[in-house]
Design a protein around this ligand. Structure first.
Ligand SMILES: Cc1ncc(COP(=O)(O)O)c(C=O)c1O
Length: 444
């Protein structure tokens, strides 16, 4: 009898003996090939052991798109965004997406907003800060450049400061005070401040810095300091839920904004954008002209090659949803976030951390005297598949330990009810609200 691994490819079974009984290659490239079906199955099975993205309340990042979007993503898998001369229509779409974002973020009529797609907000923030550093030097800035921002900024701000040799002047949070305001910024800015960072939805509590107040204060200073708004998570939420809130290019000192299209732009991971109020905000020395791919391809990015799927999917969403469609999606997210907040209050075990804002982000601490701590609770509900991170807030609020939940489009009301039920069990409380026939999970 022939060994299964010696027969033709069409007869190779996914779990053909050798491939599922031997260990799989892990650290050395294997000496020879294996059938595609077996390789697929081995990798797919490995990935099946990951957490379930649908139950991931830790992440802001999109985990579901329509089948038509999936189809488009497949169609552009082989196109490198940097090859502008080879794929001119993809580049046109890239520019349209940046233009649409510029108008969504209220760029004034007398400005020419410019932008570029990035891998995510981290790259976008680094590009924004590098551009502000170049502008500061051009204004005659000398010495060590600094950035003033909240102690609740995302790690990428710290990376930017280290990678590009700038001083990060952070305003530390205090228990109960997590929002950056004009007064605390004023104490730290000086002529060497290349930009003030303001966050539209911080990663830790979801709260929103006082961008308008900071703008007003900066306009009263005798020297020029621009604002970079980190709208990674809030940039697609605010325009639809609180359009009257002025935080974007309506404010004079807001010169650049980053946004994670792969968060509430509702696009799969791998897409962010940095936008500048006007083309004069990006010094020519930062734009490189690539000619060896054919034509003249100006690039402003940290990386060279980049997947096209992000810009294509963002364009799809703009066409598919329009402003009113985005408004409906955000309203649904908001309704579910409010429902989750209310259910968490009903559990009477948690204290809400931070002000309630329009952001669908909920951070809670356990009330005093609770038998469990948030880390234990996070581990317990992981047993039922839910990914809800527990962490301590940064210095000086490190005594505050929270669980944080991000409500995304794909977190339905039904899922929220189940999460609450599982949290109740993890807290050691019976609910009595089970559906007929539903087994009661053991309470330990
Ligand atoms: C406020 C904020 N800024 C920046 C980032 C980094 O974004 P990205 O993951 O798109 O690089 C995040 C990520 O969650 C964030 O919440």
């Amino acid at each position: 009898m022939r060994n299964l691994r010696d027969v033709g490819d069409e007869l190779q079974l996914s779990y053909a003996a050798r491939y599922s009984t031997d260990g799989i290659p892990k650290f050395e490239v294997p000496a020879g090939p294996m059938p595609a079906r077996a390789a697929y199955q081995l990798v797919s099975d490995e990935l099946a052991l990951d957490g379930n993205p649908k139950q991931n309340l830790a992440s802001f990042v999109t985990t579901w798109m329509e089948p038509e979007a999936d189809q488009l993503a497949k169609e552009v898998l082989d196109k490198n965004l940097v090859d502008k001369d080879e794929y001119p229509r993809t580049e046109v779409i890239h520019r349209r997406v940046c233009a649409m974002l510029g108008s969504l973020l209220n760029a004034p009529a007398d400005c020419t907003p410019v932008g570029t797609a990035t891998v995510g907000s981290s790259e976008a923030i680094m590009l924004g800060l590098v551009a502000h550093r170049a502008a500061w030097r051009k204004r005659g800035g000398k010495g060590t450049p600094n950035i003033v921002c909240s102690g609740l900024v995302h790690t990428c701000w710290e990376k930017a400061a280290v990678y590009f040799d700038m001083e990060l002047r952070q305003v530390p949070p205090e228990p109960g005070r997590y929002v950056l305001d004009a007064e605390r910024v004023k104490a730290l800015v000086d002529e060497n401040t290349v930009a003030v960072g303001a966050i539209l939805g911080n990663t830790f509590t979801g709260e929103v810095d006082d961008v308008a107040g900071i703008d007003e204060m900066l306009r009263s200073l005798p020297y020029e300091v621009p604002i970079h708004v980190d709208a990674a998570s809030g940039g697609f939420v605010a325009p639809f839920l609180v359009p009257e809130l002025a935080w974007d290019f309506r404010l004079e000192r807001v010169k650049s904004i980053n946004i994670s299209n792969h968060k509430f732009g509702l696009v799969y991971p791998g897409m962010g954008t940095v936008l500048f109020r006007d083309e004069s905000d990006v010094d020519d020395s930062l734009v490189f002209h690539i000619t060896y791919l054919g034509g003249d391809a100006p690039t402003f990015s940290l990386n060279f090659s980049q997947a096209s799927q992000g810009v294509v999917l963002q364009y799809y969403n703009f066409l598919r949803l329009g402003r009113s469609g985005y408004g409906e999606v955000m309203a649904a997210i908001d309704a579910n976030a409010k429902a989750l907040r209310a259910e968490l209050r009903n559990l009477d075990a948690f204290e809400m951390i931070g002000e309630e804002t329009f952001m669908p982000v909920i951070a809670v601490a356990l009330k005093d005297g609770a038998k469990r701590d948030v880390f234990e609770l996070s581990a317990r509900i992981r047993e039922t598949g839910w990914i809800v991170p527990a962490y301590r807030l940064p210095a000086n609020a490190q005594d505050v330990a929270v669980l944080r939940m991000v409500v995304r489009e794909s977190i339905s009301r039904d899922m929220i009810d189940q999460l609450i039920e599982d949290l109740r069990h993890a807290l050691g409380r019976a609910s009595g609200a089970l559906e007929p026939g539903q087994p009661r999970r053991p309470i330990c």
